[in-house]
Design a protein around this ligand. Sequence first.
Ligand code: IVH
Length: 712
Amino acid sequence: MYSKEDHSRFFKLSKSLLDNKDIPNALEASAEAQDLHDVIKYHEWRYYIQNDPVISDYEYDHLFKRLEALEAAFPDLISPDSPTQRVSADLTSDFPSVEHLTPMLSLANSYNAEDLQDFDAQVKRFVGLADDHEISYVVEPKFDGGTIALVYENDLLVRGATRGNGKLGEEMTNNAKVIRTIPLKAAFSKWGLKKVELRGEVLIRLENFDKVNKKREKDGQSIFANARNAATGGLRMKDPKEVEKRKLEAFIYQLGYAIDENGRDQLAQFKTHHDSIEALGQVGFKIPVDGYDRKLCKNIQEAAEFCNYWQEHRDEYPYEIDGMVVKVNDLNLQEEAGYTSHHPRWAIAFKFKAKQATTKLLNVEYQVGKIGSITPVAKLDPVQLAGVTVSNVSLHNEDFITSKDLRIGDTVLVERAGDVIPYIVKAMDDLRDGSETPIAFPKNCPINQEEDVELVRVEGEAAWRCPNCTCGAQSLQKMIFHVSKSGMDIDGFGKAYVEKFQEMGWLKSLADIYRLDYEAIAELEGFGKRSAEKLRLAIDKAKQNPIKHLLQSLTVHHLGRRASAILAGEIGHVLELKDWDVESMTAIKDIGPVLAQNVVDYFSNPSNIELLEEMESLGVNLTQTPDDKKAEPVEGGTLSGKTILFTGSLQQMSRNEAKKMALDNGARVLSAVSSKLDILVVGEKAGSKLKKAEALGSVEIWTEAEFLEKVG
Ligand code: IVH
């Protein structure tokens, strides 16, 4: 239907039309309206037919509203084929067409509390209520799946159909029948109802969506970009057995039509939307739960609060939702408010800020990490995602770029969900116009280009690494890590300080951190005597750290917190590690060969030894401290031979004190509940560990007081 050139032309055209604001003269308006017709139709086709939109709903709405505005200013522009003049897009012809009992309209959109206030004011105007009158609303999720209409006659499911263009839908009764949450029989007759039509949405629970995709990947099938595509695609499959595999579920959100034996409209008997939904729940339909994802609100402010709540918590919801729907609760009021040609006037969608957007990949830059890993970072044409502007996203490594076939100049789909860091979902390859260039992952270090250092890639690892650990960029990262919480934990010494001091030429190696000139620091803009003194105290304190902290802050690959603590327990002085080989090191429990090799490599490099000696001469502790010693149970204590574990929050001592007491009394402290555990000491709010221990039956359960009594 659309050629390759069309894709890229329409995409570019839409983006440029989005910038238009003022109403132009009649001639320009006519040309722009024509462009808007074309692009809106294109996006409707991508959305409804292809299930693969290239612009966000927000952008689509913007284009649609712009066309409405032009048509309002120049009514001559309204042609019968204008997208504003019909309910929705074309149908594909795979399924028989059926007419809905009443048209399925769409919803107008709102984006914030202010829009909702306007909506509330408009409803009042329409039904002739005073401004200060409060209307109660029901708020429920705006499910992002495939819309369905179900017809029941004499209590039996007789028809299932998709929304289609709103008037005509595609009949898919057999597919509806395999959806377990759709009852085949429901007792509508107890309300004297002969024929009803329900509206709802078919969805895949997100955890099932992951399973479906994993299975497809395993079977060599293409994976779905999102749960909506999997659900809508699922509804239109030819073989109901295949539909069943998608584990679809249906939520019902509306009773659209209800007549009794005499053909009389019976919708009004439920009085409110809330009651009608509850009634549907009673006869076996899956509905949003009152008080959880559905709320009866006494006014629009409360409705807005509930919308905002779910905007913040959407990632906790087990299904894909793209907003909330706010509906006038009173069915009489609904009827009074009525409909426009597109939407009910008594309901509005509250759209969440888009999680996905398309934008251009402008360039790729490279960053070096603390162990020399080279990370490619895509520079994007800045784009709004879930309320923040995104212009950089990590491309992780070379394989990521190759597997997604990303090219510079590509239009890419970017996603940011909840707290997750934004990432590129895919390149929109049908928008390519041939000007895109492949991303050539560098062979030499892209940071320090003067020296021509060849990158290396260790077998089995994804990252290319620069072996030149003396380069400024890499040592900057090493120093940032060294002073951070996960390293020497130097209070108040953050990234910005490290960068500043390096820029001043004061920091070249880790040792320099311990010979800073505090008087010079006090003179720096924004510092002063007090902050310089604070820094001095923090650094002096860190110099006394146990050696496990020092080991972990040297940025030896794989030498993290746990391994550092284990090694620290084995040595009297850090430089003893010079004399260890891989074999002796792997003899220690939990130290693997890869880590051992890395440690041996580090300590056989003379410049590292020099560095450590220099640090020691500057006062950094390299000798094992009591804190580094292996925690061995004391022989012959009252708990001798026993294993113990603490859970919940202890009131009279810290966790560490408790462990120490246990060791001093001969017990071994475990970290998980298993059949090896003898005693579980429970503090307040103990959770799963207590349950598990109780289930095992073999574990003695002590309170904190009992423990203290036993150890005296
Ligand atoms: S009520 C006449 N409620 O949103 C009012 N629609 O733009 C009809 N949708 O495709 C809609 N969740 O399938 C309503 N709780 C909800 C909904 C909902 C999702 C979908 C609906 C339609 C679109 C309307």
